[in-house]
Design a protein around this ligand. Sequence first.
Ligand code: DOR
Ligand code: ZN
Ligand code: ZN
Length: 423
Amino acid sequence: MAELLICGGDVVFADRVEKADILVAGGKIAKIGKNLRAEGAEKIDAKGKTVFPGLIDMHVHLREPGFEYKEDIASGSAAAVAGGFTQICCMPNTDPVCDNAAVVGYIAARAKQTGLCKVHPIGAITKGEKGETLAEMGKMKEAGAVAVSDDGKPVMNARIMRLAMEYASDFGLICLSHCEDKDLVDGGVVNEGYNSTLAGLKGIPRAAEEIMLSREIILAETLNKRVHICHVSTKGGVQLLREAKARGVRVTAETCPHYFTLTDDVITSFDANTKVNPPIREAEDVEAIKAGLKDGTLDCIVTDHAPHHEDEKNVEYNLAAFGISGIETSFPLSYTYLVRGGVMGLCELAEKMSAAPARILSLEGGRIAEGETADLMIADLNEKFTIDSNKFVSKGKNTPFDGMQVYGKVCCTIVDGEVKFRA
Ligand code: DOR
Ligand code: ZN
Ligand code: ZN
């Protein structure tokens, strides 16, 4: 395998940012130091740029099998490396649902053929994501599943969820919970509040998320099992998690860029690209999400990359699909709002976007150190650019961030020591 020498970049280590050269050999980080030399190695000039551990997104929707018109494993992987991601974990709400070893194996094989980033399938908690009977977690784990989730839907039955947490743990898996009380949502499409009233759109109360989040905390606490909470969007949710963690409950949680960058003022445009589940909330929620990221209540940032076809978004707000195509905007949005916005530093950002997801799912990578796998991302943090969905690699152009000016351009993505993306 060819050697790579990444020269002169500001390298983001777990505890410091330092100028260093990185020699990559045999797919690993062979050496880190000053003025490294390597005869015959391909040289990458990273002067003025920043070298991050390859980003890891533990929550994406790749839509294959079944909805390849929205995205497929090849297009989603290409979008991922364009966004600086070296590993992604894909949710099982495909058709057929990824609820058995055959579908898990299919996704893993397609990803390998594609050969861009590492793709880890997530198996369903229940057969067909119907919330009734548990899927075969052990067999899915053997086939390569890294976690289980019914994402896209809640597991409404608490008895099933309790069983799921117990079984998952027996197989060394963790349940990722999409927290949503369907009865409280009752057909809502946006956050319930002033703007939903103003727009005449049916609201989704915060309680729909928080009640389920409370249930998961109670189950995890009484069973002494792990649980991971998907896409936290509310102030109350952050507080519930903060208190649970203080008690020692084995709960981890994620949020997404749209929950710390936007308020539901955006819905009054009636642009269906702002429609996402859970919905974009209000200013006090945005502040609480940022505080939760800062104090460690929220462990990581995921995209919940949910590509949809234009025909599913270019319709009346009530009829549009929920979801944002987010994998190519996650890094610049997070860098711009969190680092430039003064919430955290670069080491903390790398923790949220790489080290923490690796830890939660026991994946390789997540940090830059000698001997680690050479999953790296190089960004130009000073480059200011305008988000343009027409330039997305993803098939899904559905973003509420079109036209927004951001900093932090992904220049190069390296997976197992091989350059998989160059801007
Ligand atoms: O907005 C969303 N889109 N939320 C979900 O939970 C599912 C996702 C999708 O699959 O489109
Ligand atoms: Zn979800
Ligand atoms: Zn999702």
